[in-house]
Design a protein around this ligand. Structure first.
Ligand code: ADP
Length: 287
């Protein structure tokens, strides 16, 4: 098992001036290079948990944090948000809210400039980051000229220019169409393959998670309800119902057929697996 990058030990959290604990007794270890999806119904605590990873909680939202969050060996109660800003990048739901300059080149440079990175190195990072997200040809354009999916990829590039080892994405595709969503996940695939980056993503998109993620952390009312491989998570019908998660549609179809007495002989989470199962079923070869 590779190096532990993020560790939560018995972590509970409540926001300032509130009584309700929105994270409850969470134990969690994230290792280098992992791609972890965080799923759960609205209000389950996904955003709150994401904000623990870059120490916005407890350093920006004070509140009450019990237990210990360690990121790259740093206890987040003992650091500033800026201590982790070059290590943990954060992409938010709304692409518009993250972009504020008039030229894409400047947008990507902004974070690195604030970190006082030398100019030559900033230029190299701009080219590298725009290449990874597939926006090199737009380097001198205005961000407003981009589609929603492209804006979200630009938001990823602005983070990349700070060379983080971890990228946290909080529902980055909830405002995107299927093509935009696909593009963002392709960028994530690229980041893992080329840069061995650790990725955490809060999302409801089970199809993409089934295909791309190593593990799924399921939150229910602030607690960890399950933490396992997508195949195990999405085939747990009881868990899916209890946590209001919609599994991939191919899983739903296989479950529906099973209920009707027609077993595909497999528990598909990917389209290819379902197609294989259906073909065997047509040929009468199912288990
Ligand atoms: P999710 O991302 O899964 O939808 P959140 O982490 O946004 O869940 O919210 C978890 C709980 O914390 C919800 O009950 C929400 O109302 C509450 N909450 C979120 N942000 C704040 C805040 N700034 N102050 C007080 N309560 C908050």
């Amino acid at each position: 098992m590779s190096e532990t990058i993020i560790k939560l030990e018995n972590v509970s959290y409540r926001y300032p001036r509130t009584k309700k604990w929105v994270l409850k007794e969470i134990d969690l270890e994230i290792h280098k290079g992992e791609f972890i999806a965080i799923m759960g119904e609205n209000g389950a605590g996904k955003t709150t948990l994401c904000q623990c990873f870059n120490s916005v909680i407890p350093n920006f939202h004070a509140g009450k944090l019990q237990g210990k969050v360690t990121v790259f060996g740093i206890n987040t109660k003992e650091c500033a948000v800026s201590d982790l800003s070059d290590k943990v990048g954060m992409v938010l739901e709304d692409p518009e809210a993250q972009l504020f300059t008039t030229i894409i080149r400047n947008e990507v440079a902004f974070g690195a400039e604030n970190m006082k990175v030398p100019l030559d190195e900033i230029r190299r990072r701009i080219d590298w980051a725009l290449d990874i997200v597939g926006l090199s040809e737009y380097i001198n354009c205005e961000p407003t000229a981009l589609s929603g999916g492209q804006k979200q990829r630009l938001a990823i590039a602005t983070n990349l220019a700070m060379m983080p080892s971890v990228l946290v994405l909080d529902e980055p595709t909830s405002q995107l169409d299927p093509a935009g969503t696909r593009d963002v996940y392709e960028v994530i695939r690229e980041l893992r393959e080329r840069e061995d980056m650790t990725i955490l993503i809060a999302t409801h998109k089970s199809e993409e998670i089934a295909e791309f993620a190593d593990k799924v952390l399921v939150l229910k009312e602030g607690r960890v309800a399950a933490f396992d491989e997508p195949r195990v998570i999405f085939n747990d019908e009881k868990l899916m119902k209890e946590c209001s998660i919609r599994p991939p549609q191919v899983s739903e179809l296989a479950n529906y057929m099973r209920e009707k007495g027609e077993d595909l002989g497999c528990c598909p989470i990917l389209m290819d697996e379902a197609c294989d199962g259906v073909e065997r079923w047509f040929r009468g070869e199912q288990a």
